[in-house]
Write a protein that binds this ligand. Structure first.
Ligand code: PLZ
Length: 447
């Protein structure tokens, strides 16, 4: 485990990273983005060590993946043991215990005490695509309803479901049809104000269903706390309302917890904060503790609607990924990591509440899924240049932060849940300094 301390030995990126990054340009297409062009030598806990020997504080967790820490011992030892036994059989060819055990655990953990089934996949997009397939098979209906600012993946179906065009969708259409979009209850940006947000968003959903025909819709797919779209916590009552609308119309209620799930928000699933019970629950990311694993967990009668052979994939539920997931789920068993996620929220809120800046519209989120939205002073006009500048300042100081949001004006914080208070506090000091040091001038005319 690398020393859990921020250490800067060179400027960032350092010379060795720069050299490698240059080579990358000759080998990889430019379509693959990069947040911070630093090459990693090793990582452990909440520290990433780069090839120049710098220790970066990880406030990204590989986009909400290494929640139990990079190279968590419970994950590494299980993967190592599994690799020594066998690396792959394809579960569609011959079976193994790890797959069934992960499914059993997810069935027990997912909200609701109805009978459940779980099918495993390799990525979040694959989980979401399969949820749509299952919902269609179960209802015999084609339509899918998604929301503004939604992110569901980069495969063609999930791109159709993802809201933001640039960079995800640009030039990649046409996309599958019968994907309808309703407004998400985004309190800060709701035209009628936060008070009316949930009720008006639900009315708009009903209106959309009336328009397209509720009985043509197989699934409503919602993120309980939006990820890429800006870490939007929906107005209270919105999620329960969406669930109620779905049930009333015989539509499968699909909850995409690819980013918010598996402990990230201080509960095993963000659904629990509002007491919603997904018909189908999509997970991935943190589930595999760094190995690629996705899952759809759902009501037995829906999951069983698919004919034998209708679900699967060569790598779906790979044994190494299943071994890793069992390590991850074991680490959540005693509740300490969930408690830590809630403490992380408190620590972030406390530190950031002391930061006075006219550029901050809101600090929001749940657990270790927190964000700051930046706007031009005195307005709600997004300030992506500020988010970018703050991220760049953090990066230069060895704190890895990510930007998100439809307008690119949100800094998100996704530390591993194993981060110590000392390390988090150091990172937050860097972030706070980056925010107060913003030297972007408000444009003339801006209040
Ligand atoms: N659903 C809610 O957040 C992935 C995307 C990174 P995959 N988010 C990170 C990028 O730019 O590609 C995500 C998500 C939600 C689905 C997905 C898709 O998960 O594992 O990336 O396919």
């Amino acid at each position: 485990m690398p020393e859990q301390r921020r250490i800067l030995r060179t400027e960032l990126p350092g010379p060795r990273s720069r050299e490698r990054h240059e080579r990358r340009g000759e080998v990889l297409p430019r379509g693959l983005g990069t947040t911070l062009p630093v090459f990693v030598e090793r990582a452990g806990g909440a520290i990433i060590v780069d090839v120049d020997g710098n220790h970066l504080i990880d406030l990204a967790s590989g986009i909400a993946v290494t929640s139990v820490g990079a190279s968590a011992p419970a994950v590494v030892s299980r993967v190592r043991d599994q690799a020594a036994k066998f690396t792959h059989t394809c579960f569609l060819v011959t079976e193994y215990d790890g797959y069934v055990e992960v499914a059993a655990r997810l069935n027990a953990l997912a909200p609701g005490d109805h009978p459940k089934r779980t099918a495993l996949f390799s990525t979040g997009a694959e989980a979401v695509e399969n949820a749509v397939k299952i919902a269609r098979a179960a209802t015999g209906r084609p339509g899918v309803v998604v929301f503004d600012h939604a992110y569901h993946g980069r495969s063609l179906m999930t791109l159709a479901m993802t809201a933001k065009d640039d960079p995800y969708k640009t030039g990649f259409g046409p996309f599958p049809g019968q994907v309808h979009r309703a407004p998400y209850a985004y309190p800060l940006r709701w035209p009628g104000g936060a008070e009316k947000c949930a009720a008006e968003a639900l009315a708009a959903l009903e209106e959309l269903l009336a328009e397209v025909g509720a009985d043509t819709v197989a699934a409503i797919v919602v993120e309980p706390l939006q990820g890429e779209g800006g870490f939007v916590v929906p107005a209270p009552g919105f999620l329960t309302g969406v669930q109620e609308v779905a049930r009333r119309h015989g539509i499968v209620f699909v909850v995409d917890e690819v980013q918010s799930g598996v402990g990230r928000t201080g509960a095993m699933f963000a659904s629990e904060h509002e007491g919603i019970v997904p018909d189908l629950l999509c997970t991935a990311k943190a589930l595999g503790g760094g190995l690629p694993l996705g899952a759809v967990t759902g009501r037995a009668e829906l999951m069983e609607a698919v004919h034998p052979g209708g679900l699967g994939g060569t790598f779906a539920g790979n044994p190494l990924a299943c071994a890793a997931a069992l390590g991850v789920l074991e680490m959540f068993e005693d509740g300490a990591l969930l408690e830590r996620a809630r403490d992380i929220e408190a620590e972030i809120r406390e530190r950031l509440s002391a930061v006075q800046s006219p550029w901050i519209a809101e600090v929001r989120g749940r657990g270790a899924m927190m964000a700051i939205e930046f706007v031009r002073p005195g307005s709600l006009e997004p300030a992506p240049e500020v988010a970018k500048a703050v991220a760049a300042r953090c990066h230069a100081q060895g704190v890895l932060t990510l930007v998100c949001g439809t307008y690119g004006n949100v800094i998100r914080l996704l530390p591993p849940l194993v981060i110590s208070s000392e390390l988090l506090s150091d990172a937050l000091d860097v972030l706070a300094e980056a925010v107060t040091g913003i030297d972007v001038r408000p444009e003339p005319g801006a209040r």
